[in-house]
Structures are given as C-alpha cells and as structure tokens.
Design a protein around this ligand. Structure first.
Ligand code: HOZ
Length: 428
C-alpha cells in the first residue's frame, strides 16, 4: 500500500534530516513513516502509490480554495512566463498590500516577507524598537514559527514531540520571554503588575491553533488589549493561521479587537511561501528604509507568490465563500459530535470557523496543560485508521484540521463514515 512512499523515505533519510523538510510531517507522533505525495486535486491528495485521500491538512492552512485551484494555477503560470523574481518592486505587490489593508483595517502599512516565522520575528523586533523595551509575553502552546526568542513552551511541532525548548538557543535570547498559560486572566494581570514598564509586546494567536484549536475565553483578548494599551505595550495578533480563515478581516474582525501589529502568512500566499506583518502607520514607518529597524528579503514580494496570494484573496472576496466554509465545517463538527455520542466516547470537538480539532480527552480543554491531557497514543491509532480508509488528517493531536472551499457535503459525509469506522475499530 505504501511501497513507493517507503522507498522515497528510505532514500530521503540519507540526505535530509529525518527525511523531511519540516518535523511534524514526518508522522513520528502517529507512529508512521511519512507519506510522499504526487499531486492534489480540489479536496483530494494522491500519494506516490496512487492512494487517494480527502485532505484536511490543506498544506497546514493556506489551501482554503483546495488543491490546484484553476484561478491560482493560471495566475502562477501566466506570471512565471514573465520572470520569477526581480529583487525589485512590481506593481502587484502594491495591489496585494492594498487588498490586505482594505480587508484588515488595523493594517495601515504592511511589509511582505517569505514566511510566518519571518513575520513574527520582524514584528517582535519592531515592537521592541518602537517601545524601547525588551520583554515579550507569549502563551504556552501558541506557536509563532521557529523564532529563537519565541520557542519557549511552544505549540505545533514542539508540542507534538514534547520539546519544551530547543537546544541551540542561548538563555540570553529567551530571558526576556515571559510564557503564560493561554486564557489565564490572572497570570496576565500579574505579569503586567510585575514587569509594568518593561513589556514591549504581547504576542498571541487570537484563536490558538497550534495546540489543537482552542478559542479565547470571552474577555481574554479584550483584557490583553486593555492591559497593553494601559501600559504602553503593543498587542501583536499572530494571524498566520486565522488571517483570511475566520473571515476577510481574520480573528480581529470576528472578535472586534484592534491589535497594533498583525502577522499574516499561509492563505495570503495561496500555497506559496509568503508572510506579512503590518499595523499602525506610525509603528510601521520605523521599518527600513523609512525608519531604522532593519528587515529585508531577496525574494520578498516575488511575482509568483504575490500572484498566487492575489488570486486566492480575490476568490475569497466572492459572495458566500465564508458562509459555505461555515456550513461545511459545521456539518463536520455536528457529525463528529453525533458519532461520539452514539459510540459513547467522551472526546471533545472544538471548532472555530473552518478549523477543527478532535481532542482525545474527557477534560475541558482551555489551554496547553489541558490539551496535553489528550490520549496521544489513541490519536495515533485513530490517524492510522483514518489514513487506511482514505482521510488524511494532520499527523498530530495538536494541530488543526482545515476545511476548504473545495470540500463538499459528499466529502464531509464520506469523512464522517470513515471517522465512525475508525473510532469503532479503535474501541474494539
Ligand atoms: N505552522 C504549521 C503548524 N501549525 C507548520 C507545519 C509544519 O511545521 O510543517
């Protein structure tokens, strides 16, 4: 069944660390070897052995239109014929910046980079320069890319592999990072009391999606806004996952909170490597060459990534897109809940818009600690059963499943059948 994938993996581990270019996809947490893929079509992925899967990874979020969307591939093809990178401005960068600004009003100026990691790293540097302060508050289980100072009790791959912090990061680089439990109002108030005028910024995933999907408690984001404003610190929303996912104006639009800086990635590149950070003009004007805060990139704003991003956002602007995503994801959520009830399983389904996690725990999941109460051994077996039956889920308990506009009711119904059979097999 995985003959070719196994052969690819055997060859890959000789040349690439762990055989993969990003850790979670190695599938170690689900006790499998990675699957090597050949192509994607709409909601489907096809591996090198010809196995077909309904895909809920969607490249970890960017593919909100599904795989190989005709508008996106046509844009990439047409632009690539005119050159792939100039290391100089093109007018389409301006169009993308204007589009982002028109959708997300807190962004008055925006700089394109090449990944979410670059976006958060640059936003932190800018926040420190703007405030003249050093300390950053982040939340346990939130993941902001592999920025040295933010790899402290982080989510995503670090949660998946149980790595609290990475070797190779000197203590000097993390000593200004304060890591607090997500959704813990008191901890945040206490930190502001203790470090009052030292906190440059609070960086947060407004909906946590790297320890599984965990929504903010009512009032939590409001508290962060209130305290940062009161103490002259900046509020940074890491919307790399939620940006253009929860709606055109992201989580900030959905929750009605205006951050000072926003980090974007994933969807705005339509499946190509892009990130962005932006916010109040007064802050962004400190970025070089307008100001002294240095940040650069040879391939930043390159024509192909920009074309893919523009094509994706233009599709999202069409009427009814988010309503369709909501309806499909709701169908999946409700179906999962019905199955759990029927099989008398106490697991938790968390859904925010078109992102979802099935936590294998009977505890209420509100933060990293409670997310860690999940039975990861059981999740691993569930993942294997799902794959066997043609559904590809993120190979970790601590990642989000993504529904795309290419999914339809038929795929959701098929998925629910597979979930039922997989859970039954697991409990047998
Ligand atoms: N930000 C993604 C996880 N939520 C990255 C996936 C990866 O590490 O490859």
């Amino acid at each position: 069944m995985f003959t070719r994938s196994s052969a690819c993996y055997k060859r890959a581990i000789e040349s690439i660390p762990g055989g993969v270019n990003s850790p979670v996809r190695a599938c170690k947490a689900v006790k499998s070897d990675p699957i090597f893929f050949e192509r994607g079509e709409g909601p489907y992925l096809i591996d090198v052995d010809g196995n077909v899967y309904i895909d809920y990874v969607c490249s970890w979020g960017p593919l909100i239109l599904g795989h190989a969307h005709p508008e996106v591939t046509a844009a990439i093809y047409s632009v690539s014929k005119k050159g792939t990178s100039f290391g100089a401005p093109i007018w389409q960068e301006v169009e993308l910046a204007e589009l982002i600004k028109s959708c997300i009003p807190s962004i008055e100026k925006v700089r394109l980079v090449n990944s979410g990691t670059e976006a958060t790293m640059s936003a932190i540097r800018l926040a420190r320069a703007y405030t003249g302060r050093k300390k950053i508050i982040k939340f346990e289980g939130c993941y902001h890319g592999h920025v040295d100072s933010l790899l402290v009790k982080a989510g995503s791959g670090l949660a998946t592999f149980g790595i609290p912090a990475s070797p190779g990061i000197p203590e000097e680089l993390t000593k200004h990072t304060i890591s607090l439990p997500y959704n813990d109002f008191e901890a945040v108030k206490q930190a502001f009391k203790e470090y009052e005028k030292e906190i440059a910024a609070v960086i947060v995933e407004p909906v946590a999606a790297n320890m599984g999907v965990i929504p903010p408690k009512k009032g939590f984001l409001e508290l962060l806004r209130e305290l940062t404003s009161e103490h002259g610190s900046l509020l940074i929303f890491d919307e790399v996952i939620t940006g253009f996912r929860l709606g055109l104006s992201g989580a900030q639009g959905a929750f009605g909170i205006t951050p000072d800086l926003t980090c974007l990635g994933k969807i705005i590149g339509g499946g190509l490597p892009v990130g962005a950070y932006g916010g109040k003009a007064e802050i962004m004007e400190m970025v070089a060459p307008e100001g002294p805060v240095y940040q650069a990139g040879t391939l930043s704003g390159n024509p192909i990534a920009v074309a893919a991003g523009l094509a994706t956002i233009k599709e999202l602007l069409k009427p009814g897109t988010y309503e369709k995503l909501e309806a499909l994801a709701k169908l999946l959520e409700e179906g999962l809940k019905e199955i759990l009830e029927e099989l008398k399983l106490p697991y938790r389904v968390h859904r925010v818009a078109s992102m979802l996690t099935l936590f294998f725990t009977d505890k209420e999941v509100i933060d990293f600690e409670t997310a860690l109460s999940s039975d990861t051994e059981k999740f691993a077996r569930f993942w294997q059963e799902m794959v066997k039956r043609g559904v590809y889920l993120p190979p970790s308990q601590f990642e989000a499943w993504f529904v795309s506009l290419a999914h339809g009711e038929e795929e959701i119904e098929d998925t629910l059948e597979v979930v039922y059979e997989s859970l039954e097999a697991l409990e047998a």
